[in-house]
Design a protein around this ligand. Sequence first.
Ligand code: PNW
Length: 475
Amino acid sequence: MPDLMTAAFPSSFLWGAATSAYQIEGAVREDGRTPSIWDTFSHTPGKTAGGDSGDIAVDHYHRYRDDVALMADLGLSAYRFSVSWSRVQPTGRGPAVQAGLDFYRRLVDELLSKGIKPAITLYHWDLPQELEDAGGWPERDTAHRFAEYAQIVGGALGDRVENWITVNEPWCSAFLGYAAGVHAPGRTDPAASLQAAHHLNLAHGLGASALRSVMPARNTVALSLNSSVVRPLSPGNAEDLAAVQKIDDLANGVFHGPILKGAYPETLLAATSSLTDWSFVLDGDLRAVNQPLDALGLNYYTPTLVSAADAEPRGPRSDGHGTRDHSPWPGADDVAFHQTPGERTEMGWTIDPTGLHELIMRYTEEAPGLPLYVTENGAAYDDKPGPDGRVHDPERIAYLHGHLSAVRRAIADGADVRGYYLWSLLDNFEWAYGYGKRFGAVYVDYATLDRTPKSSAYWYGRAARTGTLPEVGTV
Ligand code: PNW
C-alpha cells in the first residue's frame, strides 16, 4: 500500500488556479465596458480599504498573454476565470459588444494553445450598474437578464470552453451585498437579501438552461458555492445545535436546497418568517432552479463556529467577516459566532483542512454521483520579496499541502473530486480589503505590476506536473 500522503492523484485530475474579472482585469473603461456595482462601490468613500478600486487591478486585460505563459511555465492544467458582464453587455441587456467577447476569445485561445483547460465563471459579483439601478438581485428581472447574458457568452465560447460555472458564491452576493452591506451594492436590507438569494438561484437555473440551449452537449454546467462547514461550540448543547441548523440553512441550504433538492428547507422558511413570506418564489421557479447539474464547485477557506447567543459570551467571538453593524445572517440574531481555535491566515481565518474533507464528504453523501471540484481554496499572507528578490511563502505551501492532502483523503474515501483551483493565480483586488491582502501564488508588485512566482507557485507547479504532493520545504 502506498503511503496516502504521497499517493498520486487521478491522472485526469485538474490542477488549476482561479481569478475573477474585477479583481484582476483593470481596463474598466476600455472597449465599451461600463461600470458594474463594484466600480460604483469601490469609488464610494469608505467602502474599501484605502479607497482601493479595480480601475487598474493587475492589468490582466493587457497582460493576459504573460499571465497564461506563467501558468504554462508552472505546469498548471486548468484556469478558472470570470467574464465581466458589463464588458459584454454594457447595459446588462441587449446586444453584445464584440470587443468584449473578443478579449475572452483571445484569452481562451491562448490557454488552449498552451494545453490549459479553461473554466468560465459567468457571474463573479460584478453586476452591471444599470441592472442594480433597475432593482438589482432583489428584482426578479435580473435573473432573466442573466439568462440572456449566459446565452450570449455560451454561444460565443461554448465551442471551445467545456467547463462552465453559472454563479460564484451566491451567498456573498446576496448576504454580504444586500444584508451586511460590506460588498457591492452595499445595501442593508435583510428581507431584500433573501429575495436576492432566490433570484440568484433562479439566475443559475435559467442560466444553465440557456447555456445548454446553445452549447454542445459534452460541456458541463456547474455553480460554485462557498458552502460553510458549520460547527457547534458545545456539541452536546441542544441550543448550539439549533444555532448550527440555522446558520447551515442560511449558508448552505438556501442554495443547495432548491438547486439539489427542489425546495427551500422548512427550517429556513420558519426561521425567516418574520422577515418575509417568500411569496417571491413563484410557481415553476423551483423546477427551473432544480435541474440536473453536471458538477458542483466548492469554495472552502475556513470553518464556522457558532453557539446560541447567551448573556455571558463563551470565548472570543467572530463571524469570520470582520466587524460590522449589519449581519449577513438574516433572522439569526440569536446566534453567536466564535473564533475557531488554531493558527490563522492574514484574513484572520483559522486554518482547518479537516473542514474541506468534511465538506467534500457531505456533498458526496447528499448528491451521490455528482462530480465535485474545489473551485477555490487558498490563503492570504503578508508576502514580501526577500533581499534576493524571491518571495518565500512557506505558510502558503503548508496551507496548500494540508488542504490538498484533505482532498486526496476524500478521494480515497470515495469522493469524486475532479480538480482543484488554487485561489488565486495572482495577488489581486481583495474586495473590501483592497490590495492589502495577498492571496496569489504569484506576487504582484503594485508599483510596477511585475509578476514574481512565490515559492508556493513552484511547489504547486511541481504537484501539478507530478500528480503528487511534494514534501513541504522542498522548493
Ligand atoms: C471568495 N466570507 O470570497 C471569492 O470568491 C474570491 O473572489 C475572494 O477573493 C476569495 O474568496 C478570498 O476572500 C469570499 O466573508 C469573501 O465568508 C468573503 C467570504 C467568503 C468568500
